[in-house]
Design a protein around this ligand. Sequence first.
Ligand code: UDP
Length: 247
Amino acid sequence: MNHIQGSLIYEGKAKRVFAHENPDRVLIEFKNDATAFNAKKRSLIEGKGRLNCKISAALFELLELNGIPTHFLELHSERSMIADKVNVIPLEVVIRNIATGSLCRETPIKQGTMLSPPLLDLYYKDDELGDPILTERRLSLLDFISDIQLKEVEEITRSTNKILKEYFDSLDLLLVDFKLEFGTNSSGKLVVADEISPDNCRFWDKKKSDPKERILDKDRFRQDLGGVIDAYEEILKRIEKQSSHAI
Ligand code: UDP
């Protein structure tokens, strides 16, 4: 421990959160643990923590440059970042540009269907319940978010999607879908929290047509396709080649 990294506050599936000397901040350490299917499938993937931390930092910086509020403050090491301490809103906000994954398992919509406008799905963040999808009415029954804050969450998610989709397009990557989490910081401001990495985004390589070869995200782990770390490295390599810029 040092003066910045205090005691462990919380340990999740992919990250550890430590207290910071400034009570409004935390230090987030990215772990090498990989989990899927609500942690029924687990593995250790050497290097994943570093890659997800660096990718997330670059994407949070890109979002901030484009006016999207995030919890990110600065990188602390290759595997850890300093962020706003937030009250997490128990929502997983998924936005989809191309149909795949649960949307195709749960509806007759065909794999690869372009979704225009992008489809925004809300899930209740609760591991024990398996993060169930929410209807508008269930959400209002649960009563943990105001209509105004929900509107803001949806607007930020749609703007984030526009920025990231255009950015990844310029890196020859299709941004298929991703999940965001939100929190409120010590000033009560709504910010994008958690991470933005191949663990919670789907990326397809525009240069490849084979439906398995083109996958550059956690689906390689979920589907036992191998080459998980190479895929994550490829995402970071493309980001670093074209350093973050305002679009
Ligand atoms: N996702 C996530 N955490 C979850 C569920 C989904 O980060 O607990 C991400 C996932 O990586 C993908 C998007 O949200 O980018 C949509 O996932 P989907 O609903 O298709 O679920 P899956 O097929 O992964 O079960």
